[in-house]
Design a protein around this ligand. Structure first.
Ligand code: NAP
Ligand code: FER
Length: 336
């Protein structure tokens, strides 16, 4: 048996291409004392990976050229010399774009496959869910009756944010990139309204129509012109949560925007960026609550599943282009 790995072959200029990645095969490692070998079942594809392909330090160092791409994985232990893991255990951790990974157990979470499908450890019961939960509730502090606008609304994080805001009694307006996504938000996820930013000419006018009482919380996944338009409609003491700026990730240079800081004075409003990792000590709370809502049917999810590690680069590019509704995963192997 061999290990298949996807390496960063070159740093993308603008939008990534499949040739920025390289699939290589190597022999399977054997775990030493204190180590375990994990077979990847699902690989998570996330927008942050685009940032890690650049030669720029952020909260984490860039992926080096010729290194395995970073990524969250759900897998199954195939061999272990680690006291807390046994062959057959299901686990989740940042194990990278590869079919097998050696680990020392640090940052590896054991999963109970009877509680929820294991893939959810990468979506609603993983990083996407925790981002939605803490970003909306801690940074956004939505109150019943308030209007919450979510961009990237049909994606992994955005679809959860809108549903949590509904649970909290808010009026929720989503923004997404296709008419099917807009239908999904309103008909299946219970959003009060949604619009397609690709076919809407005047965002500011549309927001005025759909948010007649103004905007109290904006959960921003995208940035760019949509975010500029939201600022024109924020209410007194509004909270703007900066979760992501995906409209900027593939640009060679960030776009200059209109200057809207005066709106914050007028409305005594707050803008705050956050990283899900800052809430690490409270992950158990977030996971408990998300699991309760998910199991009670109050939160619905969709997963977009590509097949085979070799298709991870094209699925990643597809996710950046909006081909996914809900969480983009790659199914790499079937559980034993
Ligand atoms: P996702 O929303 O499932 O997938 C990305 C989506 O972005 C695509 O489906 C696409 O949908 C949309 N998109 C792509 N280009 C766009 C553009 N130019 N303008 C507007 N929308 C665009 O991904 P996710 O994992 O849930 O992540 C959502 C956001 O959260 C990202 O910005 C990510 O960086 C951020 N995030 C932040 C943290 C944190 O700790 N701060 C953690 C996780 C994620 P459309 O069809 O709607 O265009
Ligand atoms: C993300 C976007 C940005 C994310 C992290 C960041 C974990 C962090 C960026 C930085 O530190 O520069 O989706 O997810």
């Amino acid at each position: 048996m061999m290990n298949q790995k996807i390496l960063l072959a070159q740093r993308p200029e603008g939008f990534p291409k499949t040739s920025d990645f390289k699939l290589v095969t190597s022999s399977l490692p054997t775990p030493a004392v204190g180590e375990l070998l994990v077979r990847t079942l699902y690989l998570s594809l996330d927008p942050y990976m685009r940032g890690r392909m650049n030669d720029a330090k952020s909260y984490a160092p860039p992926v080096k050229l010729g290194e395995v791409m970073v990524g969250g994985v759900v897998g199954q232990v195939t061999a272990s010399q680690h006291p807390t893991f046994q062959a057959g255990d299901f686990v989740e951790g940042f194990l990278g774009w590869q079919t097998y990974a050696l680990s020392d157990g640090k940052g590896i979470r054991k999963l109970d496959p009877n509680l929820a499908p294991i893939s959810t450890a990468l979506s609603v019961l993983g990083m996407s869910g925790l981002t939605a939960y803490f970003g909306l509730l801690d940074i956004g502090q939505p109150q019943a009756g308030e209007t919450v606008v979510v961009s990237g609304a049909a994606g992994a994080v955005g679809s959860l944010v809108g549903q949590i805001a509904r649970i909290k009694g808010c009026r929720v307006v989503g923004v997404a990139g296709t008419d099917d996504k807009v239908d999904y938000l309103v008909r299946e996820l219970g959003f009060d309204a949604a619009f397609n930013y690709k076919t809407t000419a005047d965002y500011s006018q549309k927001l005025k129509e759909l948010c007649s009482d103004g905007i109290d919380v904006y959960f921003d996944n995208v940035g760019g012109p949509l975010t500029d338009a939201v600022f024109k409609r924020i209410n007194v003491r509004a909270r703007v949560c900066i979760c992501g700026q995906i409209s900027q990730y593939n640009l060679a240079r960030p776009e200059p925007g209109p200057r809207f800081l005066w709106k914050l004075i007028e409305q005594r409003a707050r803008v705050e960026g956050f990283l899900v990792f800052q809430f690490a000590e409270r992950y158990p709370e977030g996971l408990r609550q998300m699991a309760e809502w998910y199991r009670a049917g109050k939160i619905k999810i969709r997963e977009e599943i590509a097949e085979g590690i070799e298709n991870a680069p094209s699925a990643f590019i597809g996710m950046l282009q909006g081909k996914n509704t809900g969480k983009q995963l790659v199914k790499v192997a079937t559980a034993a």
